[in-house]
Write a protein that binds this ligand. Structure first.
Ligand code: TYC
Length: 135
């Protein structure tokens, strides 16, 4: 059993929010009636959460003059799970604007999709380019 003499000990939630403070000298509770200020007029600040959400990545298709439109639509259907009309819309967006977003994923999923697109394009000898960028 640890010894806490002469200390104020705090009971924290897993998110580091203080839910109870106790003075080991006086054996009294030091909880405040006022949020942000304890009973001894000390400012109390919640700790910053230590976990951040992992970043997301957009998978981007780049236009070129040689890859057939039908091939791009098939890639969007098979690798990105789009229906024919959405795949056609995205393909035309890339064709007219130079590039377009196929989807947003975790790093590993985005990396896998880029590798799958590049591999099938190379197998079929199309110069189609696919990249990823942080969201
Ligand atoms: N521009 C191509 C064509 O006219 C079609 C195309 C669309 C190519 C999208 C690549 O990412 C691309 N055949």
């Amino acid at each position: 059993m640890p010894i806490y003499n002469g200390r104020v000990i705090a009971l924290l939630t897993p998110a580091n929010r203080c839910i109870r403070k106790f003075d080991t000298d006086t054996m009294t509770d030091r909880n405040s009636s006022q949020p942000g200020i304890d009973d001894h007029d000390l400012a109390v600040k919640e700790a910053e959460p230590k976990l951040k959400r992992p970043p997301l990545y957009r998978v981007i298709l780049i236009n070129d003059d040689y890859t057939p439109m039908e091939f791009v639509v098939e890639v969007l259907e098979t690798i990105f799970g789009m229906g024919r009309s959405q795949a056609t819309r995205v393909m035309l967006e890339v064709h007219t604007k130079g590039k377009g977003i196929c989807g947003t994923f975790s790093y590993e999923i985005a990396e896998t999709k880029v590798a799958q697109v590049s591999s099938i394009a190379q197998q079929q000898q199309h110069p189609l380019l696919c990249t990823m960028e942080e969201h």
